[in-house]
Each structure stands twice: as C-alpha cells, then as structure tokens.
Design a protein around this ligand. Structure first.
Ligand SMILES: Nc1ccnc(=O)[nH]1
Length: 237
C-alpha cells in the first residue's frame, strides 16, 4: 500500500501542476484579447501607429484611382467639368500667379478658381506663407464669398498637388473639382526637407477618399512639368 502511494504521488503532483499552469496560460491569453477590444467589444487596431486610410481605387465611386505608373492620369473621362485644354490654359495662369508670389517674396505656388462654365476665372491666389498655402487661402476666400452648392461645380486649378492641409480646406469649402499640374512627389524632390516647406507625401486623392464626398481630381499633367518646376529651380537652395 505504501509502495503504491509512493508511485502514484509524483504522477498526481504533475497532474495538479499541469492544471494550474494551463489555467494561468489561458487567463493571460484572455487578458491580451480584452486589451485588443474597445469598450463595446469591437476589436481595435493592433497597431495604432499605422495610418488607416481607405484604398482610393475602391472607395471613390465612379473615379478610378491612378497607379503610380500612370503618370498621365486624368480622372475625368466624362465627368470632369473642364476639358484637358481648359485645364492646361488655367494651369498656365496659375503659374503666372506663382511667379508673382515669388516676386513678392513668397513661395512660388499659384492657384485659380474656375467657374462651372470651365472658362471664367473667379479668383486668383498666390502663396502667402508657410501656413498660407495658395490653395488653403483660395478655399477660405471662396467659402466666404460663394454658396457651397455653387462651389461644388467649380474647379480649383493649382500648379502643384495640394498638401493634406490644402486638400482638407478644399474638402471643407465644398469645392467639387480639383486639377493640379505637378505631383507632390516632384515638389518633395525640389524642396527636400526645407524648413519653410518640408513637403509631405500624402496624395490629395487619398485625403479626399477618407472623406464623404467624391471630389473629382485631374492630374498630373507631365507636359507642363518643366514650366511649373521652372520657378522652383533656383528657389529651394
Ligand atoms: N501646393 C502647395 C505647396 C506648398 N505651398 C503652397 O502654397 N502650395
């Protein structure tokens, strides 16, 4: 009898240990899971540092997104209110505004607001400072002067792709169409990490796609890139 209990005891102790350790591991895993859940039990991002923006191609209805290889992307096809020729003409006007801004001691950026007829230039605006980008100033002025429903049928035409701040202002001003000449990536190559203009890399289409209305975008227009880049060549040194 004594021999049997001596043989069974280690097995019994091992089983008890096994159950206790197993219970602890299960509990730790439960805690991890509850840490991943929001208050209502929704699973929250496991990596809060990741920017979670929707895929442009699948979220902007009726407008297919550009591939990085498709540098001559023109979103309109049928819907954009301006023809390619009209956009090129207004881009050249915007570039004249950019040169005037430069002559006045500001950054060489320019933008114009085009009426729904595709021809009439309602406003012109050059850059006025580090936070006073041409497109932000134009959007703010336009929203003070025009009805949002009217602005939805207008087009903001700008020399360089608007940054995230400017895209946000265009969105909140309810300007429904935007055309740009050169991409933000080209600007980033020109400015580098310039203190007065540390260019971002966040496509305006991506900013718009995170919103709730389908702002139409046309650009870039590589045939104008040299003209648009010219005022910048000697500027960001
Ligand atoms: N697209 C722009 C970039 C920086 N500044 C501006 O005024 N515009």
């Amino acid at each position: 009898m004594k021999n049997i209990s001596m043989n069974v005891l280690p097995v019994f102790l091992f089983l008890v240990l096994f159950i206790i350790v197993g219970g602890c591991i299960t509990k730790t895993t439960d805690n991890d899971n509850s840490g991943m859940s929001g208050p209502s039990g929704q699973v929250v991002s496991a990596n809060p540092g990741t920017l979670n923006v929707p895929d442009v191609e699948t979220t902007v209805s009726g407008i297919s997104g550009p591939g990085s290889e498709d540098v001559n992307y023109f979103s309109d096809g049928k819907d954009f209110p301006l023809t390619r020729e009209q956009i090129l003409k207004h881009l050249r006007t915007a570039n004249e505004v950019a040169k005037e801004a430069k002559a006045a001691g500001h950054h060489p950026f320019g933008a114009v607001l085009v009426a729904p007829d595709g021809e009439t230039v309602l406003m012109k605006q050059g850059n006025m400072g580090g936070l006073s980008h041409a497109e932000t100033e134009l959007s703010r002025r336009a929203s003070l002067q025009y009805d949002p429903d009217y602005l939805w049928n207008c087009t903001l035409v700008t020399t360089f792709e608007p940054c995230a701040m400017c895209s946000g202002n265009i969105y909140w001003a309810n300007i429904g169409n935007m055309a740009y000449g050169a991409p933000e990536t080209t600007l980033k190559n020109l400015t580098g990490a310039s203190k007065s203009n540390p260019t971002m890399n966040l496509p305006s289409r991506t900013v718009f796609a995170a919103g709730q209305k389908p702002i139409r975008v046309a650009g870039p227009f590589p045939e104008l890139e040299d003209e648009l880049v010219a005022p910048h060549r000697d500027f960001w040194k």
